[in-house]
Structures are given as C-alpha cells and as structure tokens.
Design a protein around this ligand. Structure first.
Ligand code: G6P
Ligand code: ZN
Length: 560
C-alpha cells in the first residue's frame, strides 16, 4: 500500500515553549486540534531529522500510545529513516537516554511529564533529546519554539497504526520501525556498571535485610522487577505498585516523603531496612529505610565517597563531582578529601551534561531527588537505588559481624565528613505577583548589602550573623554561556546558608522554594532529626525574607 504525503493546514498555538524538560501541559491542551502535530512538526523541522534514526519512548502515561502513532505519521512524511521504539511506547527517561547513546541514534522524542500526575485531567509532555542522550540545549528548544510560532502546515503519511506490542523490525510506509524491549538494554547497562554478584551474595546471606521498591505506578516497575526479582532473585514482596498505569493509579508519582507515602508506610509498618522509590519517568529516586531517610544531598555524597572502592564502573577513579547550587555542600567535602575537581551549577541536569561530555564529571546530584553519573545524560533513579545496594553490600562485606544498614552508612559518613543538615520548604501555587515582590525585596538587600553583619536570634537560643548575600550567576566552563539570577543566597558566619529560588517547573502561579543548610562537626548532632537541627535557622530565614508576610501563607505545602 502506498500513500501520498498530505499537507495539512494549521495555525500556530501560543505558548509551545519547551523548557529543558520539554513541553509540559495538561492533556486537554495537547488534545486540541493540531496542537500535538504542530509541535512534532516543529521539532522535526528544527533538528533536521531527515534520513536519521530517532528513538521514541514514554513513561506510560495517558496519551503516550496515540502520540507515538502521530510521530510515525509526521516523521515518516518528513523523511525520518528509522524509528527505534520502546515496546508499547514505553522507555523510562534514563533508558531512552541509554538507547539513544547505545544505538548511536540522531536523537529521541520522550513522552513524559516526569513526576507530574497523569490521566485525562492531568499532564502530558513531549521532550527532545540529542545524540548525546541528553535534553536539547536552549538554542535548540528556542529554535523549536520559534518554529511553533510560524507554522502554517504539517505533513503526514497515513498508514495503518504500527502494533507497538510486537518486538522486532517492521515498516511504517517507507520508514523503518524497530520495536525494542523496554528493559533489556537498560538492564545490560546496569550489569556493566555495578557488582551484581556482590549485591546478590549480600542479599542471599542476610535474609533479615529486606528490600522494598515502590514504582508509584510509574514507568520503573518493569525495570525494578527485572533487577530485583528476576536478576537478584528477591521475593515478589520486594516490589510494590510496579504495574505502570496511564494515570499512575491517581497518585502523584514523585519520590519524596509527602508523595511516596505508600513506600514510607510500608517501610515503617514492616520494618524494611531498605526502601526506595522512583518517579513517573524514572529519573528521580528516594532512599528510605526504617527510621532512616537519606536526603538527596547526602545520597550523592555517599555514592561519590564509596564509588571507586566498590562500583566497578568507577574503578579507575572519578573525573569530577558536581551538585546544583541549592544542594548541600556534602559532596564538596568528599571531592576535597579525594582531591577531585568539583562544580556548583544552576538547577537543571543540562549543566551537568556539558561537563560530562567534556570528560570532567563522573557523579552528580540535585536536592530535588536527582542523582546520576556519566553513564547516560539524564539523572537515573534506578541507577541510584542499585548504587546504594552495591554500597550496602560492600559495607557489609567489610563488617562480617554486624549488619550495616542505611543508618550506619549515614552515621559513618557524618563522622568522616561532618553533617550538612538540609531541608527544602516549598510554597506552591502562590501568587506570582507576591513572589515577585519577595524576590525584589531580597534583591534590594543584596544590592544595598543591608543584611550583611545583621545578627538574628532564634527561639532555640542560637544566633546567626549574615556574612554575605548574593545572586547566583554561572558561567559554563565548557561553552562559556552565562546563566544569571539562579537563586538568592544568604550566607551566615557559621557557614550556614539559606537559598530562595522560584521554581522553573510549576504550572500554576508561582512556586517559591526555600533551601536551608547547616553544617556541623558536633557528633552529638549526628542522630538528630533534620527538622530539629534546622529549627533555628528556618526561623531566621523566614524572618529575613518576610516570606510569610509577602506570600500571605503560614506553612509550606511540601517539606523535603
Ligand atoms: C526538573 C529537572 C531537574 C531540576 C528540577 C527543578 O526535574 O530535570 O534537573 O532540578 O526540574 O525543578 P524546579 O521546580 O525547582 O525548577
Ligand atoms: Zn522525572
């Protein structure tokens, strides 16, 4: 059967501006006539995909299968040579990054809105990744946006839909299509990175050390099952909520203490030593054992500290370490001790990718539950979880007489490096105007230096003296691009720090984030609850910023 390329007249839509995490909107927005088609045509026009191989994969949310077929229609008419597609349109974001790199594809279209809720009344997203496996940089997303504003037609080739459930090679009209297993390449990747024999040996010989992974009905269920149940031979009970659902079972698939309550409850109730969860598309992670929550800032520092010793991929050493600016300095202390280069970059994974492509970065992380390495160009939730199992296995091998759990690893780390108490307060969906006024007032202080030298007393008896206030600007050491105003920092003379930042990912009003960090070498503080350790500093941060007055709210919506 041969079809003709049809040119369909269309009109530009406003606001098809992709962030680095792609275009994220409500499903209903994507369902408007020609909306999705316009955006796909704009991507293909902007990246010059004629004659190339593109990867397609999504997190299983509502609208993914239909959108894969739309990409086939438009891509085929555009002259894309080949599509590599995850079975049923499914690839976790890290798995898609790996497939692009492994098969040397030209790029990939990833269908996800990450940790945002899914289903007909929630979010969908389309994101373009480059041949390095990482999200398109700003010059490319800008080009796509520009194209969406001038589009007048898109082209299609209409053939019967491809059966996405059948692994193997097929054709969509003139275009080659290959449906690949969503999990096997990724599993192979991790098997080449970690010491699975060591992990298996530890889990087999320590039966009272139980593991529980919660997929939150996102994309990682099948990946975690392949690793934990099929490869490490753990019982079925070590995974829960691992069937991906188009609406994530109605939940909010974000691994933190608020939204991953199904994991937190099960861990506490059943005394699970090692619990973990990942987000909708599989790039975020949370590590949580009975009575022991690992902050993402500590998690990346601990992985960095142990990596060379026990993770085969890092055996020959670390190229460099990095964190996003609001993330605590815990990883810096590790880098300093090991004598490796370390970087502080603005929020967003793309800043890490540049350093990785230049061979200067091995392990990095963000306070927003993102941890990863240069094995791909996205953060990687399941990678971080297996890294922790690898570390626990190594630590237990060193300590044959006592079972080492998450708590012991944390305490050991604090004894070696000191502890950075860290917490983030989120004020979601506040008025943009009010948030703007708060930012302006802080900027005024920064420009005038009017907070520096000020001493503030907290009800805890502590007192904090402001030593520095500044806006965080960053010059990329590789491409020299400059990113200004990436967060407002208030530093205190004891080394504590508070950061204020407006979220770049919220979809309603503004979201203000307040990050608080306090460092201590006092061993009596190592077992304290985070909230207790930070109580005084949080009071001072709220006083200084007049946050409650500006935003008109008493409490944050989420604390992590
Ligand atoms: C996405 C990016 C992360 C980033 C986060 C920040 O998840 O992939 O790299 O840390 O957004 O979100 P925010 O809402 O704080 O701008
Ligand atoms: Zn995500």
């Amino acid at each position: 059967m041969s079809a003709q390329v049809k040119e369909i007249p269309t009109k530009p839509y406003d606001g098809q501006k992709p962030g680095t995490s792609g275009l994220r909107k409500r499903v209903k927005v994507f369902q408007q006539e020609h909306y999705t088609e316009n955006f796909i045509q704009a991507i293909l026009d902007s990246v010059d995909a004629k004659g190339q191989t593109l990867v397609i994969g999504g997190d299983g949310r509502y609208l993914v299968p239909e959108t894969v077929q739309t990409i086939l229609k438009i891509g085929s008419a555009h002259g894309v040579a080949k599509f590599l597609i995850g079975r049923n349109g499914i690839l976790s974001t890290p798995a898609a990054s790996n497939v692009i790199r492994k098969y040397k594809a030209y790029g990939g279209i990833i269908l996800t809105a990450s940790h945002n809720p899914g289903g007909p009344n929630n979010d969908f997203g389309i994101k373009y990744n480059m041949s390095n496996g990482g999200p398109a940089p700003e010059n490319v997303t800008e080009k796509i946006f520009k194209r969406t504003k001038e589009i007048t037609t898109y082209k299609t080739l209409e053939y019967p839909p491809v059966d996405l459930s059948k692994i193997g090679a097929t054709k969509y009209g003139p275009t080659d299509v290959e449906i690949i297993d969503s999990v096997s390449d990724y599993l192979g990747l991790l098997e080449g990175i970690f010491d699975f024999a060591l992990i298996k040996n530890f889990l087999d010989s320590t039966l009272d050390f139980r593991v529980l992974f919660d997929g939150l009905h996102g994309v990682t269920g099948p990946y975690a099952r392949a690793i934990l149940v099929d490869t490490l031979k753990l019982p079925e009970s070590s995974v829960q909520n691992c069937v991906p659902l188009p609406d994530f079972g109605g939940g909010h698939p974000d691994p933190n203490l608020t939204y991953a309550h199904s994991l937190v409850e099960a861990v506490e109730k059943n005394n699970i030593q090692f619990g973990a969860a990942s987000d909708g598309d599989g790039d975020r992670n949370m590590i949580y054992g009975k009575g022991a929550f690992v902050t993402p800032s500590d998690s990346v520092a601990i992985i960095a500290d142990w990596a060379q010793e026990c993770i085969p991929y890092f055996k020959s050493g670390l190229k460099g370490l990095a964190r996003s600016m609001p993330t605590s300095a815990a990883i810096d202390y590790v880098a300093e001790k090991k004598g490796v280069e370390h970087f502080e970059v603005p929020t967003g994974w793309k800043f890490f990718s540049n350093l990785m492509d230049a061979g200067r970065l091995s392990i990095c992380g963000e306070e927003s539950f993102g941890t990863g390495s240069d094995h791909i160009r996205e953060k990687d939730g399941v990678w971080a979880i297996v890294a922790w199992l690898n570390i626990l296995a190594a630590a237990n091998k060193k300590s044959p007489n006592k079972v080492i759990g998450i708590k012991e690893i944390l305490l050991d780390h604090y004894e070696k490096y000191g502890r950075s108490f860290f917490s983030r307060y989120d004020y979601e969906e506040v008025s943009s105007e009010a948030a703007g006024k708060m930012v302006d007032a802080l900027n005024k202080h920064i420009v005038e230096g009017s907070l520096v030298g000020k001493e503030l007393k907290a009800t805890t008896g502590e007192s904090f003296t402001v030593s520095e206030t500044k806006n965080f600007d960053y010059t990329d050491p590789i491409d020299k691009s400059v990113s200004k105003n990436q967060g407002q920092i208030v530093r205190f003379s004891d080394g504590s720090r508070v950061v204020f930042r407006l979220s770049g990912t919220g979809s309603q009003g503004a979201t203000v984030r307040m990050y608080v960090e306090k460092y201590t070498k006092d061993a009596s503080q190592f077992t304290k609850e985070t909230g207790e350790g930070l109580k005084g500093l949080i009071e001072v941060a709220l006083t200084i910023s007049k946050l409650k007055e500006f935003l008109g709210v008493e409490k944050p919506t989420v604390i992590t």
